[in-house]
Design a protein around this ligand. Sequence first.
Ligand SMILES: [Zn+2]
Ligand SMILES: [Zn+2]
Length: 425
Amino acid sequence: MKLDNFVELLKMPICDSCLGRNIADILSGYTNEERGKAVRMYVAFLLDSGEKLDVDLANFHGIKFRNIKLQDVKPEKCKVCKKFFREKVNGLAKAVAKKLRDMEFDTFLVGSIPSNEMLKNEETMNEIFGIEFSEPIKSEINRELGKRIEKLTRRKFNLRSPDVTILVDLNTDSVKLQVKSLCIHGEYQKLVRGIPQTKWVCSNCQGKGCIKCKGEGKLYKTSIQEIIEKTLIKAAKSRGSSFHGAGREDVDAMNFGWRQFVIEMERPKKRKVDVRKIERMINKSGKVKVRKLRIVKDGNELIRKLKTDRHDKTYRLEIEFEKDIDRRLLKNLKSLAGSEILQKTPTRVVHRRANKTRKRYVKKISYKIVGKSKLVLTVRTDAGLYVKELVTGDEGRTQPNVSELISNKVKSLKLDVIKIHSSKD
Ligand SMILES: [Zn+2]
Ligand SMILES: [Zn+2]
């Protein structure tokens, strides 16, 4: 660090912050503005002691000299930041605070794009002074804006996982807010048939509405996601949601087991929602029941866990066969318990999933005849077994299967999830 370099910088109008930023890594506990002021004063001492230095006198406006007579020249805009740190930063912080006014958040982060002009001027400055101890202008902008926003909003600046990220582009003076989703974890039951788990957007029109979807933009009137999100959109003043279930049941199946899910509410304006009240509202739907709703901090980690955790399920199937049931063959079904089931990807999903053979297990099975050709089957399987195909055989793609074991074809079946087992039971 050479004094000459400071003198060189002081040949152009430059503010304390920009001057001090060149030595941001020297001394600690001072702002760059304080560093710059100290340097300016030191040069002023030299000038007043009689040193002849070729500097822009406007840089010493307001300093009282004793020994020399300087013409008091009004300072121009700082050549590097164009008055950003002296003036503009305050107005910008106020504008950001205003934008955040009706938003509930605890923590924020500032990310900025300095204007191209600032970057170019910074480069010129770096060429004069070197960058050994300097700090990029971007960091100082973020920090100075952050400090002011902290004061104005009484919220905390936070680098890791902030509720709101404030993006400032100084080329266009635009402010954008990136708002962290509000993640809510819970468990649901599905009390009706015929609705999917998530909103099923019409693939023909991508949701715009067409003949195929009768202008609805989706293939089902509602879904578990939409029923749950409706109350939450209102409570969190959110735009919409993403829904992540720990697996899903078929559209035509009910579920009386409790299935875990995380719903991510996008761009929420409220974060402190009353989950007990929301539970009650959702449960009024009569179609979906939820419990144990809670707000979670790290939604992504939990979603990953939900997607990878494997749980046994117990299903109840009401099956109607084409012929009367041959009671003598029913005992064959007992052989399924504990046996390995080989399943090729079912015909009904093979168009969207890889065609491969899976090995799954039936752990328990019991049955009850409820009509000449009607059977109720209760079966516990490990995760990922296609239970409908276990019954129908899916044209031989699942082996062994109920249909072949009792030599009777399936006419229709109704499926319910009775229990989603935890790892303990
Ligand atoms: Zn400046
Ligand atoms: Zn459509």
